[in-house]
Write a protein that binds this ligand. Structure first.
Ligand code: MG
Length: 368
């Protein structure tokens, strides 16, 4: 089987509400999504999506995805999409780095490989658990009352895992965490996501002032050096999110004992081929995992669900799905959808969902 054609689509995904994170310093209104359609000489078609969370969240952006695909397309055409490691190597030689641009091509190849095998991607990866996986809410930065109103709205939809954006000044964050924890229900879990906003001293002060609450944090500093330093000064547990890009980052997190949890974002780490190695290294070191898309539609959510489903249920802490935040639909009524605050692996082969092409607008580029 050979890849014969790569088509590129761009679609703006408006958010239902403006979204703030990192203590309110970053605002988001619309996401720039790229969809990749890969065709083969075997009449199998695969779809990939790359939707960075705007231009300011990570070193990734929509125009960069499309420029990267243009640069790598010639190296991928003619390869067998089922041989994902060879496709990965071809992309890495054609364009070092730029993992976020490689992810949608990798995703489309896994879609085709799993269709060819007659299996869902998760089962081709070695076996997907069918237990529902907790969906994480994503609670935008705000006042304690705003945050609680947002949590209440998510409770009404069944959410029991709340990812709450913090990272304002130290006193406000300490007060905010106390306010929320006093109102947390026994069956709920909270994750206070700092999104890199704190300096080292701010992180240590907030995390130590709330240590008695036994709460979890995410990305309480900018770099792995920062997180390694913070981990020595606090007993609080935290997850590494934005600073986990490659398997070498994962190796350092494990080797130095920097964190007890990681958040694997498929687009950021370059797709399923690279993400599954990070997963294995984390699990081998008893580091638990969250799995998430960086953003996007039900396609990106489905990719994350396939990977999350390959993690033993007691080790997969949750999955954030972007679909409830987006005021756009590319596959109405299809693909995995949040039910009672959880997602369950579907049985369809491949990725399990393809977009309605007419929702994506005109083809932006074709490589063949
Ligand atoms: Mg995070």
């Amino acid at each position: 089987m050979k890849i014969t054609k790569i088509s590129v689509f761009k679609k703006n995904l408006p958010l239902k509400d403006p979204y703030w994170l990192s203590g309110g310093r970053l605002r988001f209104d619309v996401l720039d999504a790229t969809f990749i359609k890969i065709e083969t000489d075997a009449d199998l078609v695969g779809w990939g999506e790359a939707t960075p969370w705007g231009h300011t969240y990570l070193p990734a952006h929509g125009p960069g995805v499309r420029a990267g695909v243009e640069t790598m397309a010639h190296a991928v055409l003619g390869l067998d999409p089922r041989q994902v490691n060879k496709v990965e190597r071809a992309m890495d030689i054609a364009l070092p780095g730029h993992l976020y641009a490689k992810a949608p091509i990798d995703m489309a190849c896994w879609d085709i490989a799993a269709q060819a095998a007659g299996l869902p991607i998760a089962d081709l990866l070695g076996g997907g658990y069918r237990e529902p996986i907790l969906g994480a809410s994503s609670i935008s930065s705000g006042t304690p009352d705003n945050i609680m109103a947002n949590i209440d709205a998510h409770r009404a939809n069944g959410y029991r895992l709340h990812s709450i954006k913090v990272g304002a000044n130290v006193d406000d964050d300490i007060a905010r965490i106390h306010h929320i924890e006093e109102r947390r229900r026994p069956d709920e879990t909270t994750l206070y996501d700092v999104n890199r906003a704190w300096t080292r001293q701010q992180a240590v002060r907030v995390m130590n002032a709330t240590a008695h609450l036994n709460v979890r944090f995410e990305q309480p500093g900018e770099t792995l050096d920062d997180l390694a330093a913070i981990s020595k000064k606090t007993n609080a547990t935290f997850s590494v999110d934005e600073a986990l890009h490659t398997i070498l980052d994962m190796a350092r997190i494990a080797r130095e004992g920097i964190a007890e949890m990681v958040c694997i974002k498929l687009n950021r780490v370059g797709g399923l081929t690279k993400a599954k190695r990070i997963r294995d290294l984390a699990l081998a070191h008893d580091i638990d995992c969250y799995v998430m898309p960086t953003g996007g539609t039900v396609l990106a959510d489905a990719e994350s669900l396939h990977l999350a489903s390959t993690i033993p249920p007691e080790r997969c802490l949750g999955l954030w799905a972007c679909q409830p935040l987006i005021a756009a639909e590319v596959a109405a009524g299809r693909g995995p959808r949040l039910t009672n605050g959880a997602l369950t692996l579907p049985d369809e082969v491949g990725l399990g969902v393809a977009p309605d092409e007419e929702t994506l607008g005109a083809v932006l580029a074709v490589y063949q």
